[in-house]
Write a protein that binds this ligand. Sequence first.
Ligand code: ADP
Ligand code: MG
Length: 328
Amino acid sequence: MKVGLTYDLKTDYRFKENDPPDANAEFDHPSTIDVIAKAIKANGFEVHKIGNVAKVLETLDKIKVDIVFNISEGLVGRNRESQVPILLEMANIPYVGSDSLTLALSLDKVMAKKVFLSEDIPSPRFLEVKNMESLHGLDHMKFPLFVKPRCEGSSKGLSEASRVENKEELYKQVEFVVNTYKQPALVEEFIRGEEFTVGVVGNDPPEVLPIVQIKIDGKLKLKDKFYTFGHIKSDTLEYVCPAQIPEKLQHKLSTLALKTYQAIECLDFGRIDFRVDEKGNPYVLEINPLPSLSTEDVFPLFAKAVGMTYEDIVGKILQAALKRYNIQ
Ligand SMILES: Nc1ncnc2c1ncn2[C@@H]1O[C@H](COP(=O)(O)OP(=O)(O)O)[C@@H](O)[C@H]1O
Ligand SMILES: [Mg+2]
């Protein structure tokens, strides 16, 4: 059986004038694509590397594969992660992972939070800020606040200045996000405490993987610390898997991870990011229906914690999709 691979490479990205330094942060290193291709082969499949959405568009009627393993982040706009899946769907080519609606919905953190609200999934209180006037709706929110771009991932647009203590800092950071990332800002209450990320694999039923806890500067009690683009590039960030936490919290996080995965109709795999406040209340920050499969990221740790290899977990994700399409 032949598996196509769609992806975006950091090395393909051409920086434009005024691009922030993290403009290509979501894209993958060529080595990650090689490692995924190797894992797919280790599961007994042939691999055909296709490339990004432009390549898919160019070669759509010539793509002869049984299924596509899609990890393409897409090129522009809040629907960018949906571009490859919608083309494949049009051409009736099966693909691994969530569909266009789920991908677009969760890349747009404001839209995702509206779904969380309607499903009683706890998430930090928020305000969407399109322009400076919308900051007048801020009265129900308590400082410190956190300012992020509405439709980005991989900690894009986040730095030590993202956590703001007062109106002056807030205005400055909102202005930075709106001007630099050309999109509204999402302002949330800052959750002091601890941080976790939870992987989910499969569909009927989805399986919640062991919880990963984030350690920053050697600390688990993060208080005011958080995960920035700068941390990813340094060695101040560590992952603890499985997280050494009480069973009650483990249960809360696993149940919420599953509920979030199902609420946005995630398929085959996904990862949910959490903060837990100092009283032990969990908040979903976001769901990633296209989480990184890089060996530097957390998926290999999830696998190890359940006695699987990286190849096994890639195989499990692929098998979940094949089963869904009834291909065998
Ligand atoms: N409301 C918040 N309170 C505290 N920290 C936050 C909050 N929102 C985001 N963060 C920090 O910023 C990081 C990135 O935010 P997240 O919403 O997961 O976006 P991304 O898509 O960039 O991963 C989180 O891992 C966390 O450390
Ligand atoms: Mg995140």
